[in-house]
Ligand binder design. Sequence first.
Ligand SMILES: [Zn+2]
Length: 105
Amino acid sequence: MTTTNRPATTALVFEHRCEACHGEGLLYSPVWRRWHEREGEARLAWRADHGGDADWYASPAYVALRLERPAGPQEDPCGECEGIGSIPTELGHQLLGFLRRHLNT
Ligand SMILES: [Zn+2]
């Protein structure tokens, strides 16, 4: 029986997934989330009054609410990972420092 004396390989981990944005790099805007919550509540209340088959999206109530939509984008870059979706490990920071030093010469 032959054996090899190769050392066990260890993966070098330079980054880990950002838990704040689940690796997406974006977070849904809180002002948009609040608007959608208001819209959902208003839709349920309106349909309770007008019947489930009534067209909420053609109603004056929805048209008025639609005018109150936030002006900004629905997603913002994640502040935790600066929109990248991952965060460097200590080893990743060391590699970035090495690259900065040698690429900026
Ligand atoms: Zn993130």
